[in-house]
Design a protein around this ligand. Structure first.
Ligand SMILES: C[S@@+](CC[C@H](N)C(=O)[O-])C[C@H]1O[C@@H](n2cnc3c(N)ncnc32)[C@H](O)[C@@H]1O
Length: 172
């Protein structure tokens, strides 16, 4: 297959997308047809582990980085707003009828918080003008380890799936 080799760049996506010179160097006059985003699942990794997770993995937090700009170190509302901002900035470089695909996982419910993160991401990104949620695929991660979380005290679901959310940029 004759695939073109593209350069990669490492840094805060907001800063990169706001830097015209860097974006010009990366893509020139080309428009993006598909943007695939695999963000941290809000601040799941930067929280100290509790319960069965702490028993299995140790009660330490495992953030991706210690940077404030790391989406994985943000509280939920800031995470959602920053993710939205990054997609809005990216959309300027994107083809009409191009697709934005987001990998995301739900968090465990807590008290009255349902923590259906995939649904919050759908609603937040759907606020962006010209971007429309089109549906999802479920990725059943067969490598995910299953534990008897909660047993024998209460039901705690294992999450062996992730959501692949599909959005499309349209004319208006
Ligand atoms: C779930 S991991 C994705 C891993 C990736 N799919 C891979 O296979 O290597 C989330 C990644 O998002 C990165 N990240 C977090 N905040 C970011 C930001 N503001 N800009 C760019 N990347 C960010 C984290 O450092 C982490 O590498």
């Amino acid at each position: 297959m004759d695939l073109q080799v593209y350069p990669t760049i490492c840094g805060d996506c907001i800063q990169i997308l706001q830097n015209d010179a860097v974006m010009n160097e990366l893509i020139g006059k080309q428009q993006i047809g598909l943007c695939l985003i695999d963000p941290p699942y809000a601040n799941m990794m930067s929280k100290k582990k509790t319960g069965a997770d702490a028993y299995i993995h140790g009660d330490v937090a495992t953030p991706f980085t210690n940077e404030a700009a790391d989406l994985g170190n943000m509280e939920r509302s800031e995470f959602l707003e920053t993710l939205k901002k990054s997609v809005e900035l990216m959309l300027a470089y994107m083809k009409t009828e191009g697709y934005v695909v987001v990998f995301i996982k739900d968090l465990q419910p807590h008290k009255k918080e349902t923590n259906l993160l995939h649904s919050e991401v759908v609603n937040k990104l759907n606020e962006i003008p010209k971007l429309y949620y089109k549906g999802m695929k479920i990725w059943a991660d067969e490598s995910a380890k299953i534990y008897p979380y909660g047993y024998p005290f209460s039901f705690v679901a294992n999450q062996v799936h992730q959501y692949i959310l599909v959005f499309r940029k349209e004319k208006r």
